[in-house]
Design a protein around this ligand. Structure first.
Ligand code: SAH
Length: 211
């Protein structure tokens, strides 16, 4: 189930869906998605599908992880990236292999604890975690040259826009029953450009924290 062939098949599928960055495809092939999933479901780890991770949350579909990563990195390499919604830590681990540092926040403590253990297993040392409501971002570490949000708010949180560096990119699903993936680029101190990329389905961005 975790054989090289199974993983190559996933990468082939991503290629067919127009993920073209070889660096990202390599990372998707080499990241052990099965360790981010409960053992009972791990035989499905290399299917291109979202799967439950407990607490009513899901690990994102590999295509969406690859797509958001590609959009985030399309303008060149990034140093500081903020992620809202660590969840299983799968998207975090993919990013951490492609950028200098990842700052990731999660509102559900037990998910964060499990994710931290997986990063340790993988030997990833450039990931910083915080248990907090990500609607506030991570003000003390701002500005970020990339921000990725893996749960959908109804509207783009103002705080995240404020924490983008000039030239920085925010990739975020927005909406309720109908969600769209948006790329927002901060062009100047005051000016932001928004592009709608595609329809998506994410769990909602919720406020407050769970111990
Ligand atoms: N990238 C993750 C996606 C997990 S689902 C993965 O592939 O596993 C989205 C995650 O966002 C959930 O873990 C959920 O608890 C978290 N989340 C939702 N609202 C949040 C908020 N306001 N602050 C931080 N995390 C939040």
């Amino acid at each position: 189930m975790t054989s090289r062939r199974t993983r190559e098949r996933l990468v082939q599928r991503l290629r067919e869906q127009n993920i073209s960055s070889q660096a990202i495809l390599d990372v998707m092939r080499d990241t052990p998605r099965h360790i981010f999933i409960d053992e009972a479901l791990s035989h499905r780890a290399y299917e291109d599908t979202a799967l439950p991770i407990g607490f009513n949350q899901t690990i994102s579909q590999p295509y969406i992880v690859a797509k958001m990563t590609e959009v985030l990195l399309a303008a060149g390499p990034l140093k500081q990236v903020l992620e809202i919604g660590t969840g299983s830590g799968y998207q975090t681990a993919v990013l951490a292999q492609l950028v200098e540092s990842v700052y990731s926040v999660e509102r559900i403590k037990p998910l964060q604890v499990r994710a931290r253990e997986r990063f340790r297993q993988m030997g990833l040392r450039n990931i910083h975690l915080q248990h907090t409501d990500g609607g506030m971002g991570w003000p003390t570490m701002a500005p970020f040259d990339g921000i990725i949000v893996t749960a959908a708010p109804d509207q783009v949180p103002e705080e995240l826009l404020n924490q983008l560096a000039i030239g920085g990119r925010l990739v975020i699903p927005v909406g309720d029953s109908q969600q769209q993936l948006q790329l927002i680029t901060r062009e100047t101190e005051e000016r932001y450009e928004t592009r709608i990329l595609e329809n998506v389905k994410f769990v909602p961005l919720l406020s407050g924290t769970v111990r």
